[in-house]
Write a protein that binds this ligand. Structure first.
Ligand code: GRF
Length: 203
């Protein structure tokens, strides 16, 4: 299967996906990596792995719809089966999300439906929760609200800072994201109506 990855930053999840492909744990090819930030470190990771890269600048487009339409066309020129958001820090417009329905995945650093949006590590500490976590989900029009496929919880320790949580959570993210992508590649996970299914069973 052909995968396009969208990033905005460091790309450590992208790296985990690249590594899983190289190790044969993920039977797919990353055909292109796109960023909305020209200086995203993840672009260097992709180039290092011999993957085509491109960045699109928001300022070059009239509005969000125009930007997303241009992005969609560039993505589709690579004929991907699946589009993976890996730290892509922009809200996608409805036509984009609809176009890739069922073949658009995201990873979010919280135990959804808790803490959609930004600053999840800070918010979970402030709330006094005992656990934090990451969620891989299908993207739908609702921000961070699409059906969850797999979550990885971590305990919150008494003196944890935002940075501590971010670091510990990323190592979990790097385990679950390639795993879910491989499930998708095998056809084990799909989106039916608004329900994520694994092996045909609602999750
Ligand atoms: C991760 O925490 C991911 O859950 C969130 O953005 C961060 C991306 O990190 N969506 P990286 O760029 O993959 O290192």
């Amino acid at each position: 299967k052909r995968i396009v990855v969208l990033i905005s930053g460091s790309g450590s999840n992208l790296q985990a996906i690249i590594d899983a492909c190289q190790l044969g744990r993920l039977k797919a090819e990353i055909v292109a990596v796109f960023s909305n930030k020209a200086d995203a470190f993840g672009l260097q990771r992709a180039q290092q792995a011999g993957i085509a890269t491109a960045s699109l600048a928001i300022g070059d487009y009239a509005d969000r719809e125009a930007f997303d339409q241009a992005l969609l066309q560039q993505i589709d020129s690579y004929q991907p089966d699946l589009v993976v958001l890996a730290g892509y820090m922009r809200i996608l417009s409805a036509p984009f999300v609809t176009h890739y329905r069922g073949r658009l995945l995201n990873i979010h650093p919280s135990l959804l439906p808790k803490y959609p949006g930004l600053h999840t590590h800070r918010r979970v500490i402030e709330s006094g929760d005992s656990h934090h976590g990451a969620s891989v989900h299908f993207v739908t029009e609702q921000l961070d609200g699409g059906p969850v496929i797999l979550q990885a919880p971590i305990p919150i320790l008494p003196n944890d800072t935002e940075q501590d949580l971010a670091t510990r959570l990323l190592s979990k993210e790097h385990l679950i994201y390639p795993r879910v992508i491989q499930w998708w590649v095998e056809g084990r996970v799909d989106l039916r109506e608004d329900q994520a299914c694994l092996d045909g069973q609602p999750l």
